[in-house]
Design a binder for this molecule. Sequence first.
Ligand SMILES: NC(=O)c1ccc[n+]([C@@H]2O[C@H](COP(=O)([O-])OP(=O)(O)OC[C@H]3O[C@@H](n4cnc5c(N)ncnc54)[C@H](OP(=O)(O)O)[C@@H]3O)[C@@H](O)[C@H]2O)c1
Length: 426
Amino acid sequence: MIGVGLLGLGTVGSGVHQILTNKRDYIKRKLGEEIIIQKILVKDVTKKRKYHVDNFLLTDKFEDVLKDSAIQVIVELIGGEEPSFSYIKEAIKRGKHIVTANKLIMAKHGEEIVRLAEENSVKVYYEGSVGGGIPIIKTLNESLVANKIERIYGILNGTTNYILTQMTEKKVDFKDALKEAQNLGYAESDPYFDVSGLDSAYKISILSSLSYETFVDVDSLYIEGIERIEPEDIEIADELGYVIKLLAIGKRLENDKLDIRVHPTFVPKNNPISRINGVYNVVQIHGDTVGEIMMYGQGAGEMPTASAVVADIIEVAKNIKYNISNGLINNLQPHTLVSIDEVENPFYIRLMVNDKPGVFAKIAKVLGDNNVSIASVIQKHRLTPVVPIFLRTHPVKEKYLNQAASELSMIDDVREIKNIIRVEEL
Ligand SMILES: NC(=O)c1ccc[n+]([C@@H]2O[C@H](COP(=O)([O-])OP(=O)(O)OC[C@H]3O[C@@H](n4cnc5c(N)ncnc54)[C@H](OP(=O)(O)O)[C@@H]3O)[C@@H](O)[C@H]2O)c1
């Protein structure tokens, strides 16, 4: 019998409890061993729960879980940084294996946790932290282990993908799409973590750390959210053959520097990523031997995430049952991140300008003087004295584009630079 202590019985914790209870016999048959929840830590033991839970399992004291000698695996599903981080460390020091779905902790403290786990001969699994039900961590750790990973592209946040999908399909603006996502329970009342790109950044930092055998500090990444995307950007992207997605990118460059970032991106319509809509997540990976692979599925939610967490619990249980203590060696190497200034992309620029002769010539001169070469120009709606101009550039380093943008904003007839969005030719 393998004893489990659950920390948290919210959305994911309830799903895990449901699976381990309802599929107890099935899991026993598969594993040849029973997995039993011994204790569940919650904040409020008197709270009314969605599913039936035996009262004697509940506690609001972490020590009750920590000190229970029948518990070999602690499953952290509280979320946030504290007290979860301290609980995980204490549990490891007590010789408990860890399963968590906490992206924040793995992205910020993954290196320390993995080192501590190695020192204490226990395992840490975190499949639920990236991509909900998509088994991407196991794929990177096991199925693709013989590959040198060259690039990762991901839509790793369902909330923002839902909002962008609504803006694209229903032609609504950001605020309305966000409101709808909140009404449907796809977005939090405080949506900052999702719409700012931070959630995706935690996830791409975890995937990049694994893929590039290093520890990527999320605070060092370039992160841009979707708040500034307007229906006009989406409309013109469509005309040019692109869809706007909040793309998480993790690339190993030829000089072995890492290029890791999250931002709204023009994704070509002929790449399958452009067709991943709604709350779905996707990860596209390029490995040197396997080539391109892609996995997509529900990136969050009670049951998809619980599916990943329970798979991790079963993996730990298998290790315990067969006394497997050694895994792959975590030989983390230092890395150098390429500065965002040095990253080279084509760009899309949307400007509002006075509708006068000679204005475009001034814009073209500023761009040319800053090494920015124009690939295409669209001008529309000649109804008012101020008109929008849409430019697409050839690939150019971000620092040149930024300098050009700052000079463009000083031209009198340029009323406003509405948006600048990177184009990724995937
Ligand atoms: N929700 C998803 O779709 C999803 C997807 C992927 C990953 N995750 C990750 O999974 C983890 C759990 O998320 P969730 O959505 O299930 O969270 P949640 O619904 O907010 O549940 C949190 C649980 O932790 C308990 N808790 C909170 N603070 C506590 C404290 N100080 N001490 C003891 N217990 C405490 C709560 O107790 P009470 O029940 O008594 O309030 C609740 O049961 C997070 O790391 C999240 O990022 C979630």
